[in-house]
Design a protein around this ligand. Structure first.
Ligand SMILES: [Zn+2]
Length: 88
């Protein structure tokens, strides 16, 4: 089984992760859309950007939420292959 996920253009690559000691991802570095080189740290509910600090929902938290959902879907697909055997 192969699962294709498409990455929307407006979702950045989330390669920077902040992990706790157990290896759980606490937050992701999301590149600022307006200031190159600036990263905001966000999870799916909180963000360090100005809007996030005011308690507003910003696109960084939305991007992390989408990313986490996509990763989870891939992990579930992998587990399915482990259990049922996958032919690709
Ligand atoms: Zn933000």
């Amino acid at each position: 089984m192969r699962l294709e996920t498409t990455q929307p253009d407006n979702v950045p690559e989330l390669s920077i992760k902040v992990r706790d000691q157990g290896g759980r991802a606490l937050a992701y570095g999301v590149p600022s859309a307006t200031r190159p080189g600036l990263y905001h740290f966000a999870n799916s509910t909180q963000c360090t950007c100005p809007a996030g600090q005011r308690g507003q929902r910003c696109w960084h938290t939305a991007a992390v939420g989408q990313h986490v959902a996509a990763v989870r879907t891939q992990q579930l697909a992998q587990r399915y292959d482990d259990i049922f055997g996958g032919e690709s």
